[in-house]
Design a protein around this ligand. Structure first.
Ligand code: PGA
Length: 234
């Protein structure tokens, strides 16, 4: 059983989400299916599809114009929230410390955080991939969260670019993440791979050791693209 999570980024509509959920409700799968959507579309899911958000405030409530709290996300029906996505790290200066705070806020409100880590092209070219991944996990994952989180490895240079690392690179990154989590008392934490996943590469990527599922951007927007990813693995 794998975890297949979609990240709609700033795309879609409420009616489009309803249509997607109806389509996914008919898919026969044992896999866990999650759709992370813009705040305005967050709603309750179904027995087949869980709905998540793409960000969360570090604050509980109060004078934080434009922020959305974990309690509000829970109230709207979300079960998951992506924290520390590459685009938030790049465009909103989110650091590992902020990401850890967001993950803590999610957990305090009964949401499962999907905590993203990964290296930029500059970091990759400087030979720092492993270092960035390990510090990303150590610094972005809060304490005492066994069984309550998901981690996603997203090589930032590959997102939305149609690029994917080699199978060996994915295996090395996921093995390091699994070992790092184990050393933190978090053995068994699911680790997703994300960046340019599509129907044609999903099964191969999910056959790699320590890849427990995928986080899908562009190919999660249309049911014709997303369903083949969900059904590519048992
Ligand atoms: P992509 O995005 O699948 O479009 O590369 C992945 C992500 O940003 O989570």
């Amino acid at each position: 059983m794998k975890i297949i999570a979609g990240n709609w980024k700033m795309n879609g509509s409420r009616s489009g989400l309803d249509e997607m959920i109806s389509a996914l409700d008919n898919v026969e799968t044992q896999n866990t299916v999650i759709l992370c959507v813009p705040f305005t579309m967050v709603r309750g899911g179904t027995s087949r599809v869980a709905v998540g958000a793409q960000d969360i405030s570090t604050h509980d409530k109060g004078a934080y114009t434009g922020e959305v709290s974990g309690q509000m996300l829970s109230d709207a029906g979300a079960k998951y929230v992506i924290v520390g996505h590459s685009e938030r790290r790049a465009y909103h200066n989110e650091t590992n410390a902020i990401v850890a705070e967001k993950a803590t806020a999610a957990l305090a409100n009964g949401l499962t955080p999907i905590i993203c880590v990964g290296e930029t092209m500059d970091e990759k070219q400087a030979g720092k991939t492993m270092e960035i991944i390990e510090s990303g996990v150590r610094e972005s994952v809060p304490q005492n969260v066994s069984g309550k989180i998901i981690v996603a490895y997203e090589p930032r240079w590959a997102i939305g670019a149609g690029l994917t690392p080699t199978d060996q690179e994915i295996a090395a990154a996921h093995t390091l993440i699994a070992k790092t989590l184990e050393s933190m008392g978090l053995a068994g934490t699911p680790v997703l791979y994300g960046a340019s996943v599509k129907g044609s590469n999903a099964a191969q990527i999910m056959s790699i050791e320590h890849v427990d599922g995928v986080l899908v951007g562009g190919a999660s927007l249309k049911s014709d693209d997303f369903i083949p990813i969900i059904t590519s693995v048992k």
